[in-house]
Design a binder for this molecule. Structure first.
Ligand code: ZN
Length: 184
């Protein structure tokens, strides 16, 4: 396994529409190695999610966390060719300060639909469909945005709520946020 270099804001790989992965290739060595390396890279940087373009691979693969298993430990989903459908009403938006490993040291206030349905292949090549709400739904949307070349900074509506981490915790109301240190 290896820790991969994370692309930062300004690198064109973060702005590409990523390529669909052939479902038959999911269990092959190339994709399996990429998944392992992405897990190791995400762990190294304490991320709650990571998308393939962040490690310079413009393919539709991401890891998304924010959920917990039965024992309460953090759990992560691996998603290949994910598709999101919004289930909540237009008024039902969840806002929080988001961060991103590709925009280190900063965070910004983003509002997103609170409930979504996700359809994606897992790491075994099986097609799954499930619903998410709250924080895991936000993480999932942040990661899937990466696959279309969209960064959370594009979704900040009030730029006065975009700041460096230190200034954000000092001057912005980040108090009732999920965890202001989590980056995706
Ligand atoms: Zn990100």
């Amino acid at each position: 396994m290896s820790i991969l270099k994370v692309a930062r804001l300004g690198h064109p790989v973060l702005r590409q529409k990523c390529k669909t992965i052939d479902p038959k290739a999911i269990t092959g060595p190339e994709i399996q190695r990429l998944i392992r390396d992405m897990f190791e890279t995400m762990g190294e940087y304490n991320g709650v999610g990571l998308a393939a373009p962040q490690v310079h691979q413009a393919v539709r693969l991401c890891i998304a966390g924010g959920e917990a298993d039965e024992e309460g430990r953090p759990s992560f989903r691996i998603l290949i060719n994910p598709e999101i459908t919004v289930l909540s009403d237009e008024e039902d938006q969840l806002g929080m300060y988001e961060g991103c490993l590709s925009v280190p040291g900063m965070r910004g206030w983003v509002e997103r639909p609170a409930i979504i349905s996700v359809k994606a292949y897992n790491e075994k090549g099986q097609l799954e469909e499930f619903n998410l709400e709250g924080f895991p739904a936000v993480v999932m949307q942040h990661e899937c945005d990466h696959l279309d070349g969209i960064l959370y900074v594009d979704r900040i509506q009030d730029m006065t709520r975009f700041a460096y981490d230190e200034e954000a915790s000092r001057y912005l109301d980040t108090a009732d946020e999920h965890d202001e240190d989590e980056e995706t």
